[in-house]
Design a protein around this ligand. Structure first.
Ligand SMILES: Nc1ncnc2c1ncn2[C@@H]1O[C@H](COP(=O)(O)OP(=O)(O)OP(=O)(O)O)[C@@H](O)[C@H]1O
Length: 275
């Protein structure tokens, strides 16, 4: 296995990605890049293609066109090497119900070969911050949805992933956990990893993410630094403007630059002008 993690390689490089379900093209020709330190928000209406792309990034499903690389590793060609660098928090936290919380975390730590002293320290810190410590000895089957989500989040952070991918991570979390998660994502990014997550909560994306991508109907409408995509408007205003604009070209092949992830424009009016 060769890890081609040259300093200039993005943590996540999506290049002309496409995905079909039968005859239906769910996502067409998406290119973007996520750099070390990025917290990248991925927004779009229901059915836009967010989960589809996320599932291909983390290797849950295949790719029908283009490529996805994590730290230079092609996820289709070298999936195990790529998965070592990734953590994934799906929108539905299905965890083995017969295990206790601590058994599940130990199982994950074994898979990712986290040393015993490190895992104990990380589990303790993360479980205390997410207020799950007292429930780790209980069977997951007795957990609420939010508790399962917290458990999956702790498991995702255990091996210090280079790329943390989350699908709607704030849904179902209580305010304390939601606050802690935002801090944890920032801390991970500040250590040189990257975070890529989908969300419908635009206020959170606007505050938390230094970069954002907007998808509609499987096509990228805008991507890049949040302040450039947003311009002088709120992210919500830009989002509504873009996704509800029937005139907006979404298939003109000018999605974000595959290596820089630069925005297509510097603001809402300029975005509208990109015909
Ligand atoms: N397994 C599947 N088989 C067939 N079509 C699918 C499948 N999964 C998703 N799709 C279709 O692909 C498109 C994109 O779906 P996807 O789940 O990626 O959207 P999303 O942006 O994550 O939506 P949401 O915000 O509702 O979670 C939709 O038209 C959806 O119906």
């Amino acid at each position: 296995m060769t890890i081609q993690n040259a300093p200039e390689a993005p943590i996540l490089a999506i290049d002309h990605y496409q995905k079909r379900y039968g005859e239906t093209v769910a996502v067409r020709d998406i290119s973007l890049a996520v750099e070390p330190g990025d917290i990248y928000g991925f927004i779009g209406h229901n059915g836009a293609g967010k989960t589809t792309l996320i599932r291909s990034i983390v290797g849950v499903q295949g790719i029908d066109g283009g490529s996805i690389r994590v730290c230079g590793i092609d996820v289709a060609r070298d999936p195990v090497a790529a998965k070592r660098l990734i953590a994934y928090v799906p929108d539905n936290p299905d965890v083995y119900e017969f295990m206790t919380g601590i058994q599940y975390l130990t199982y994950l730590a074994d898979i990712f070969q986290v040393p015993a002293d490190v895992r104990t320290e990380r589990i303790t810190e993360l479980a205390e911050r997410l207020e799950l410590m007292g429930a780790l000895g209980d069977a997951v089957g007795s957990y609420s949805h939010g508790m399962r989500q917290k458990l999956v989040l702790i498991g995702a952070l255990l091996h210090e992933p280079r790329l943390l991918v989350l699908d709607e991570p704030f849904v179902g979390l209580d305010p304390v956990a939601s606050h802690e998660l935002k801090l944890m994502l920032g801390e991970l990014a500040s250590r040189g990893s990257a975070v890529f997550f989908s969300s419908h909560v635009l206020e959170v994306v606007e505050k938390l993410c230094n970069k954002v991508a907007i998808i509609r109907g499987g096509e990228l409408l805008a991507a890049g630094p949040t302040e450039q995509v947003r311009g002088d408007e709120s992210l919500e205003a830009v989002f509504l403007d873009l996704v509800e604009d029937p005139e907006h070209p979404s298939n003109d092949g000018q999605a974000a630059h595959p290596t820089t992830g630069n925005a297509r424009s510097n603001g809402r009016s300029h975005l509208k002008g990109m015909k």
